[in-house]
Design a protein around this ligand. Structure first.
Ligand code: PBG
Length: 315
């Protein structure tokens, strides 16, 4: 019997989502009469080793995926489960996205000490986040809030909420849902208030482009509406040379076409803002070609000065 070795980071979230993916793949394989078994292999990435430094200062793309991709190229693993939002725009030679499964909640969540919404936070409240995207949008809505850096895995960030006197922190809802901690969420921020990171809530299953066995299995795991939305968001990201360390967000929704004959319609909103939230560029458009739509929104923001904002942040 064929053994598929699945590589993952070793954070609580990574292990949980990889375990969930493997369970679903086992069911799929059984349904299709594909004989295989799975083995999970934990890999430590650079992003895991330097959890005490702000990501935008560490620099470099793909902090959470590089070592795992190397293991794929070297044949030490056959498949990798990543959070889509951690994926750089370009994949190394020889590797492909084998499947994009159905998206979890894409929204950001606010976890507070006793407040039930962003609006309810007291004047000058202290909010922990190391994401420039979250900081920019929070400061845009509430210029009075004080924002301080907060890194670490989900579990350690929740601990720091108590230990380091934050009034609130922000995390992706998807991660909290996956590890069963949804009851810690005080409020969800709708995309109209806070656009999520490109690909947030989605997973990326990566494999070798020449591995027909794995590609065949993963092909049955793909969720087409999610894949279309992620393609549009990542086309936007690619045009702006973005990573997860710049104040840029995007969210695409997909409406299934009525008759089933025409292509599904995508609606994409993208934003680029200054870290202090004073300038907030945002555009929305609809279309059926995900790459064209992503580039269109990026070009609209570039025409308003998005590249200047991103260049200043990268310096
Ligand atoms: N940058 C870290 C990261 N990468 C993926 C997730 C979980 C959510 C997801 O799968 O999108 C998180 C944590 C967070 O932002 O709260």
């Amino acid at each position: 019997m064929k053994t598929i070795i699945v590589g993952t980071r070793q954070s609580a979230l990574a292990l949980t989502q990889t375990g969930q993916v493997v369970e679903l793949l086992k069911q799929l394989a059984a349904e299709h009469g594909i004989a295989c078994q799975f083995e999970i292999k934990k890999i430590v990435t650079k992003g895991d080793r330097i959890l005490d430094v702000t990501l935008s200062k560490v620099g470099g793309k793909g902090l959470f995926v590089k070592e795992i991709e190397q293991a794929l190229v070297d044949g030490e693993i056959d498949m990798a489960v990543h959070s889509m939002k951690d994926m750089p725009f370009e994949l190394p030679d020889g590797l492909v996205v084998g499947a994009i499964p159905k998206r979890e909640d894409a929204r950001d969540a606010l976890i507070t000490r006793g407040y039930s919404s962003l609006q309810e936070l007291p004047q000058g409240a202290l909010v922990g986040t190391s994401s420039l995207r979250r900081a920019s949008q929070l400061q845009h809505l509430r210029p009075d809030l004080r924002i301080e850096s907060l890194r670490g895995n989900i579990d350690s960030r929740l601990r720091k909420l108590e230990e380091e006197n934050f009034d609130a922190i922000m995390l992706a809802a998807a991660g909290l849902h996956r590890i069963g901690w949804q009851d810690r969420i005080s409020a969800y921020l709708p995309p109209a208030e806070c656009l999520p990171a490109v690909g947030q809530g989605a997973l990326c299953i990566e494999c070798r482009g020449g591995d027909a066995f794995v590609l065949d299995l993963l092909g049955k795991f793909q969720h087409e509406p999610t894949a279309l939305a992620v393609r549009a968001e990542r086309a936007f990201l690619g045009r702006l040379n973005g990573g997860c360390q710049v104040p840029l967000g995007a969210y695409a929704s997909v409406s299934e076409a009525g008759s089933g004959l025409e292509a599904p319609l995508l609606t994409l909103t993208g934003m680029v803002g200054t870290p202090d939230g004073a300038t907030m560029l945002k555009e929305t458009a609809s279309g059926s070609d995900p790459e064209a739509l992503g580039r269109l929104i990026a070009d609209k923001l570039i025409a308003q000065g998005a590249e200047r904002i991103l260049a200043e942040v990268r310096e």
